[in-house]
Structures are given as structure tokens and as C-alpha cells.
Design a protein. Structure first.
Length: 332
């Protein structure tokens, strides 16, 4: 009997291992990845259109640069503009996604008048279009068609959402893009109160150099927080042409001095005009005006008025003052 015990233990271990492997689908074939609907070379794209939410966005590419021609021009984030092509190339259709191979009754699927359409036009005139119809009863899927085929198939909502970009999704939301290593000084003049951050060790990296905030010494690790405050200014509203903003008596003047590798200095000036709870920020001689909350500008100005606290004071616990207890009379 003792000789059988190791064998029984081995059998039990094997059964347990088989059960675990089965529960983890180790013995099942992995589902095949969906087939891509199309693959276009981004360099061959002349334009693309996004028809969704009742609006039409048209983007045109020339010499590797994008412009928005519909519904109106905006300053664009090139990464987002190019990224849309990647999302279009990434749309796939599963092997079992076919709903109607012939597509004879498109109205039944909402594809006679698609709710959303995404098109890419190549330089040779070829157009590839993905049409999206009604939502399916199966949650998370829609009916779809692709140009050149009558087939109606299902598509995942997540793929549709990756294409249904808005103007704001494609816009550059940051009015100021700092080159940290080239910054020599930043001056913030808000309603007549001015502070200046200056790099004193110009031959060192920004985080290694010594800086001054007005006449107070700063370490590079502390100065980066001031640079970040400028860099992270961002809008959540569409920009508008700078010519539409009357920049008389601006409340904000933000001046950034740069130096390139040959130490040639240039100065970029931004002006800001308050409009109720917002401020229109415009680069001098720039094309676009960005709407920013006045509160964010006030926070920027306040930051440039504050020196960083020493580490021992940053998280100092609050202590309650203690009062000495009255001496108790000794009992005789």
C-alpha cells in the first residue's frame, strides 16, 4: 500500500493540473485576430473626412502638414491628425461578423442614410469609406459597411469611437510649447505685478542649473515647477483667429527668452486680454487666440510670486500649543 501512495499523489496532481489548464482555456484555439479592412500609407493620403454627430470635419494634407478645411480652420496637433489615419488602418472585421452578405435592405440596418461616415481620399483619387448604421441589439456593436462591398457586418463601438473625433480632439490645446533646455528667462506681468525666472547657469541642463526668481536663488529641480506651470496651460475651447481679439491694454504680458545652440537669443511675447471669466492669449504676431480660464492665469501669476518651501516645511505636521498644567497642592 505504501508503494501506491506516491503513484496516487502523482495521479491527483495530474488531474488537478489538467482541470486548471482546461479552466484557463489552455487547450482551446485562440480566436483569430480580425482582418483589417484597409491599409493606407499615411504619405499617400490627400484628405480625410469625419461625418459624425451632425457635423463634418475635413482634413487636408499637403507636404506632410495638415489643415482643417471644414467646418473651420483650427491650429492642429500634428500627432492627433496623423493618429487618425492609424485608427482608420486599425479597424478590423471579425471572421464571423457578417450580418448580410448581400446588403439588399440597407434601411433595415440604418445604412441607407448612415449616421456616421469616415472617408480617406488618396492622392490617386481613390476613396475608402466606412459607413456606420444603427446600433445592434447586441450591446456594444453597430451595423457597418465598407466601400466596394455590399456586405453588412457588425463592428465594435470602440473602433467607431476611435474615429469619431471632434474639432477639439484634433486641435492643439496648448498655446505655449516650451523648449526647456533653450529657456533663458520667463517674465510674467499680470495686472502690473511682474516676476521673472532667470537661468543663471546657462551652460547646464535646466534641471541641473541654478536659477533666480527675481532676486532669490533657486535650484533646477525647483525651477522646473515654474516651467511646468507655463507649459501646462491648456484650453478646452476652440481657438479663434487672433485678428478677432482686440488686444488693447492687455492685462497679461508673458515674455519668454530662448537661446539656441549657438547662444543666439530670441524673445517670444504672449499677450492676454480678459473677457469675463476667460482670457484670450495671443502670441505677438501669431495667428491664433486661445481662451483660458482667468483662474489658471491667476494661479500662474501666484506661482511666480512664491518661493518653494524647504523640504522640512512642505509636510510639517500641525502641532497644538501646550499649556502647562497648574501645579497641584501637595497634600500634607
Amino acid at each position: 500500500m505504501k508503494r501506491l501512495i506516491p503513484t496516487l499523489i502523482l495521479v491527483i496532481v495530474c488531474i488537478g493540473g489538467f482541470w486548471y489548464a482546461s479552466s484557463q482555456n489552455f487547450f482551446k484555439e485562440k480566436p483569430e485576430a480580425g482582418a483589417s479592412l484597409v491599409k493606407v500609407n499615411p504619405n499617400d493620403v490627400a484628405s480625410y473626412t469625419i461625418q459624425a454627430g451632425g457635423t463634418e470635419i475635413e482634413m487636408q494634407q499637403k507636404d506632410g502638414k495638415w489643415t482643417m478645411t471644414k467646418p473651420s480652420a483650427l491650429p492642429l496637433n500634428e500627432y492627433s491628425a496623423n493618429g487618425w489615419i492609424d485608427s482608420f488602418n486599425g479597424v478590423t472585421k471579425d471572421k464571423d461578423a457578417t450580418i448580410d452578405a448581400e446588403g439588399k435592405d440597407l434601411a433595415k440596418f440604418g445604412l441607407d442614410k448612415p449616421q456616421q461616415q469616415f472617408s480617406v481620399k488618396l492622392n490617386n483619387g481613390t476613396v475608402q469609406t466606412l459607413s456606420i448604421g444603427n446600433a445592434m441589439l447586441v450591446q456594444g456593436f453597430d451595423y457597418a459597411m465598407f466601400s466596394g462591398s455590399p456586405e453588412v457586418f457588425k463592428i465594435n463601438d470602440s473602433q467607431v469611437k476611435s474615429l469619431a473625433k471632434t474639432q477639439l480632439d484634433l486641435m492643439e490645446k496648448s498655446p505655449i510649447r516650451l523648449e526647456y533646455e533653450q529657456v533663458r528667462s520667463i517674465s510674467v506681468d499680470w495686472k502690473g505685478q511682474k516676476s521673472t525666472l532667470t537661468k543663471t547657469d546657462t551652460d547646464k541642463k535646466s534641471y541641473e542649473a541654478n536659477w533666480k526668481l527675481d532676486d532669490k536663488e533657486l535650484k533646477g529641480s525647483d525651477a522646473s515647477a515654474y516651467l511646468d506651470k507655463v507649459q501646462f496651460l491648456a484650453t478646452e475651447q476652440p481657438a479663434k483667429p487672433a485678428a478677432q481679439v482686440k488686444m488693447d491694454s492687455p492685462e497679461l504680458r508673458l515674455e519668454i527668452k530662448y537661446a539656441d545652440a549657438s547662444n543666439k537669443e530670441t524673445t517670444t511675447v504672449y499677450l492676454g486680454k480678459v473677457d469675463q471669466d476667460n482670457l484670450w492669449l495671443v502670441q505677438q504676431d501669431g495667428q491664433w487666440a486661445y481662451s483660458l480660464p482667468v483662474t489658471s492665469i491667476q494661479e500662474l501669476a501666484d506661482k511666480f510670486k512664491q518661493l518653494p518651501q524647504p523640504p522640512e516645511q512642505q509636510a510639517a505636521p500641525e502641532t497644538q500649543p501646550t499649556t502647562p498644567q497648574a501645579e497641584q497642592p501637595q497634600s500634607k
